[in-house]
Ligand binder design. Structure first.
Ligand SMILES: *Cc1c(COP(=O)(O)O)cnc(C)c1O
Length: 430
């Protein structure tokens, strides 16, 4: 059995009985049944997100098995669909909410107050007002503050409940510069002042935990950073004492490329426990992406095929407003022609319908030759997919279908053109 070493290198290790063959560490795009996806595209039209709740459950189970003594909190911002939240809640996980709207959604989905962490990042007044109001009915919910100003603003609103202090651990990790939060001064109180902040807050609040989040998309290569973050948090927990939990964030990566190995979750869990040391507090982790990424695919239909000397541009009905990650993070998503999965491959650029050159889902990628009308599936679209969609170019957001136990049902209807102007008023003078 291989495990993490100090260089941070980590090989996917053979399951040692903790892993179930029925619950593999990753579901790849090619593991989805092409005909079933095609049938969904025909029935619900495209662009369409499909989210498989059975796979969400499997991901929750693997997380709970890897971290049996930890509290696992689902970072809801990866996918806030109600069916997903309910599935995660039923799997025994708590919810980590990044905004008042997520707190509302978690409560609506049946999370109890003690299963809700609200992690405020420069929270707008309206968010704090809302959360403090809901705290009145749910006194067990926990608010995480990453600035003394936020703590002051909570005090001003009469909040004296469960408080967690977000710490800037000075180490970050992640798949892209834009998602590394751990060393970004935007997030958390400075590490060397954190103990003083905790001590001062104890006068007015029930300080239950400390929190840090390194960033998103941690791979084996970042494990050294993750360990360092956890080690610092363990030290801090011992220094301040009397905490209920030490939350070391989320960021467990998933392999977006077909040849990337899956994250060895057990190795991450071992490294985390090891680095935390014997702090007299429960470990908490907050995976978002890991719970939902490989449970989702995006289906898009080819509407235009244009041959150029060096590439073929395949126009589809989904683009950066449907799935922002490629344009925003240069993210790689596997793409498959599910109408004709095994045709001869040609290099293609898959482009969306938005008037932006960044609006491409892939460039010069070998793909079974697409024809007009074919359906393309985009893999690992369950996390930060629908969530980051927008209506730029006045393009209505797609529908989403949820799958469970071999059945399918519409989870979110397609936006209509009429929805785009619904919020406009007649007030502007003209
Ligand atoms: C985004 C976020 C997470 C989840 O990150 P993933 O990469 O989706 O696991 C966890 N905690 C906090 C505070 C976050 O902002």
């Amino acid at each position: 059995m291989t495990g993490p070493d100090d260089s941070g290198a980590i090989a996917a290790r053979d399951p040692d009985g903790r892993e179930n063959a029925d619950n593999p560490p990753i579901r790849r795009l090619e593991d989805w049944d092409a005909e079933a996806l095609l049938a969904l595209a025909d029935e619900y039209d495209t662009p369409l997100y499909a989210i498989d709740l059975d796979r969400v459950r499997e991901n929750c189970e693997r997380l709970r098995a890897a971290f049996p003594d930890a509290e696992v909190r689902y970072a809801a911002k990866a996918h806030t669909g109600r069916a997903v939240l309910e599935t995660v809640r039923d799997a025994g996980m708590a919810a980590e909410c990044a905004a008042a709207g997520e707190v509302k959604r978690a409560l609506d989905a049946g999370f109890s107050g003690d299963g809700i962490q609200y992690t405020a990042v420069n929270p707008p007044a309206r968010d704090l007002d809302y959360v403090v109001e809901r705290w009145g009915e749910h006194p067990d919910l926990t608010v995480t503050a990453g600035a003394t100003d936020t703590i002051d603003r909570l005090r001003e609103r009469g909040f004296d409940g469960r408080l967690c202090v977000r710490v800037n651990p000075g180490v970050g990790a992640g798949h892209h510069e834009k998602v590394r939060t751990g060393a970004n001064a935007k997030f958390g109180v400075p590490y060397d002042r954190a103990a003083a902040v905790v001590d001062a807050a104890r006068a007015d609040f029930d300080v239950v935990g400390i929190h840090a989040h390194a960033g998103s998309g941690i791979s084996g290569d970042d494990l050294a950073n993750h360990r360092e973050l956890v080690r610092r948090m363990g030290d801090l927990a011992r220094e301040v004492g009397g905490l209920e939990f030490v939350d070391v964030g989320g960021g467990f990566g998933v392999p977006y490329r077909e040849d990337e190995p899956p994250l060895d979750l057990d190795a991450v869990a071992d490294a985390t426990r090891d680095a935390l040391g014997d702090a007299d507090a429960t470990l908490a982790v907050e995976p978002g992406r890991y719970v939902v990424a490989d449970a989702g695919v995006l289906l898009a239909r080819v509407n235009t095929v244009k041959e150029f000397p060096d590439t073929t541009v395949v126009g589809v009905d989904a683009g950066m407003t449907t799935l922002l990650r490629p344009a925003m993070y240069d993210a790689y998503h596997a793409i498959r022609n599910v109408t004709d999965p095994n045709g001869p491959a040609i290099p293609v650029t898959v482009a969306g319908p938005i008037c932006e050159s960044a609006d491409v889902l892939c460039e010069d990628r070998p793909l079974s030759r697409p024809s007009r009308g074919d359906v393309l599936a985009v893999g690992n679209a369950g996390a930060y997919g629908y969530e980051m969609s927008s209506t730029y170019n006045s393009r209505p957001r797609p529908a989403e279908v949820a799958l469970s136990g071999g059945r399918a049902g519409l989870a979110r209807r397609r936006e209509r053109l009429a929805d785009l102007t619904e919020l406009e008023t007649d007030a502007p003078p003209n």
